[in-house]
Ligand binder design. Structure first.
Ligand code: SF4
Ligand code: SF4
Length: 283
């Protein structure tokens, strides 16, 4: 079961839902929690533990100027503008390169080879029995979030229960994290901005063919607009978490609701059961 936790906008409590769900399930099962919000990973704050680190690299082209005939074919081929061929040298702009390898293939003089370039890291920890945490972190200034997310997901590929905390929004890194998931929880809040961005997120998961349900967070009881939207789009509201100073205080301390208030665990177990039903996974 691969379950994504996503949201149309930041600050809805997506990571809180992911962390509490993973914590609750890990008390009875083996769970892998993957932090795919690689530009701003924060799940490790809920689960401090020693971690094993590995680097994520991508192959980038290196031109051998002694072999290069400056024919211009590589520059013509690169659709990303990462190569500019001048009369006596080739300029390479690594931040524009998508590591497609095409320039190496089209070079008639075998003047291009690839070398690995670091773009981020993965950390793997076991913060408690039953729970594995994989966090991807994009290096500062690197524009390539997708390969880091892909590498983080690959580490969890064989694990039976995987919860993926995506980046907020609906950009490429979110699509990469959602790809291949069995179901998705969309976390929202009942505000005009929340509803607007929820619409975008619903559209993305629908286009990817991923069944989705809704969690309304920080509800002040005035959820009529959101509920109407969910009814209109045949989306189940699987859980409503009330606005609460106590919950906010627990989170601001970096604690987990389900650890501090174990009575909440049954709600998160029920949420997971609904996700399995959504995904068509037999209990
Ligand atoms: S295709 Fe090869 S030979 Fe031509 S400019 Fe590029 S690196 Fe040089
Ligand atoms: S690997 Fe692909 S994206 Fe990068 S420079 Fe070569 S052709 Fe352009």
């Amino acid at each position: 079961m691969k379950l994504a936790i996503a949201s149309g906008k930041g600050g809805t409590g997506k990571s809180m839902v992911a962390a509490n769900l993973a914590f609750t399930l890990s008390t009875t099962d083996k769970v892998t929690l993957v932090d795919c919000d690689v530009e701003e990973p924060n799940l490790h704050l809920f689960f401090p533990a020693p971690a094993m680190m590995t680097e994520v690299t991508v192959p980038v082209p290196v031109v051998d100027e002694t072999t290069c005939q400056h024919c211009g074919k590589c520059g013509e081929f690169c659709q990303y503008g990462a190569l500019t061929v001048l009369s006596k040298r080739v300029l390479f702009f690594p931040e524009l390169c998508h590591s497609c390898g095409g320039c190496m293939l089209v070079c008639p003089n075998d003047a291009i080879h690839e070398e690995p370039k670091r773009i981020g890291t993965l950390s793997i920890s076991m913060p408690q029995p039953g729970l594995k945490l994989i966090s991807g972190t994009l290096d500062t200034g690197s524009p390539h979030a997708v390969p880091v997310i892909r590498a983080a997901k690959k580490l969890a590929a064989q694990d039976p229960v995987v919860i993926l905390d995506t980046a907020p929004g609906t950009s490429c890194p979110v699509v990469e994290a959602l790809d291949g998931c069995d179901a998705c929880i969309l976390v929202t809040e009942s505000t005009p901005f929340g509803l607007h961005d929820l619409q975008l997120a619903v559209d993305v998961v629908a286009r990817l063919g991923i069944p989705a349900g809704i969690v309304i967070n920080r509800s002040d009881g005035k959820d009529a607009e959101t509920l109407r939207f969910c009814t209109d789009h045949d989306l189940e509201v699987m859980m409503t978490i009330p606005f609460s100073c106590e919950i906010a205080a627990i989170q601001s301390r970096g604690d987990l609701l389900c650890r501090e208030r174990p009575e909440w665990q049954k709600d998160f177990c029920a949420l997971y059961a609904k996700c399995r039903a959504l995904a068509g996974v037999d209990e």
